[in-house]
Design a protein. Structure first.
Length: 144
């Protein structure tokens, strides 16, 4: 019985130690970007806009968080298929915030996005809100 208590105590310590470990901020931001790329392929508007702040600014006022969500909901309604291939993500600290830059290639099997498809260079700005990193600004330019 004494060994059972020791084992339980050690197991609790291991769980506590792993639960207290937090990934570095750069890793959390990369993970959020990966999740958005995966959600794009699933045409999942809720998951795509989840890491965006309520005051998100896309391309200098060209798109809001709501605009992006509405576009993806329309694509889902029309049974569009999207494919997103993410290039390497570079994350750099800027004081208490971060900037993440990457390329993404978008393709589609539908008709809603033809002129918007291609390779984009993207720069995103991130800030901490509570325990989460949220994207508050993004700019993108079509490369091809």
């Amino acid at each position: 019985m004494k060994y059972l208590y020791r084992f339980a105590f050690l197991a609790l310590l291991v769980v506590m130690a792993t639960g207290c470990h937090r990934a570095p901020d750069e890793v959390l931001i990369r993970q959020a970007i990966d999740k958005v790329a995966q959600a794009t392929e699933q045409v999942d508007a809720s998951a795509v806009v989840a890491p965006l702040t309520d005051d998100f600014d896309g391309n200098g006022g060209g798109m809001t968080r709501q605009d992006i969500g509405n576009l993806l909901r329309a694509a889902k309604f029309r049974s569009e298929t999207l494919h997103a291939v993410l290039g390497p993500v570079d994350v750099q600290p800027r004081g208490e915030r971060y900037v993440a830059s990457f390329t993404i290639t978008l393709t589609s099997g539908g008709k809603l996005f033809p002129s918007e498809l291609g390779v984009y260079k993207v720069e995103t700005a991130w800030r901490r809100e509570g325990h989460d990193w949220r994207c508050y600004s993004a700019t993108w330019t079509q490369q091809i």
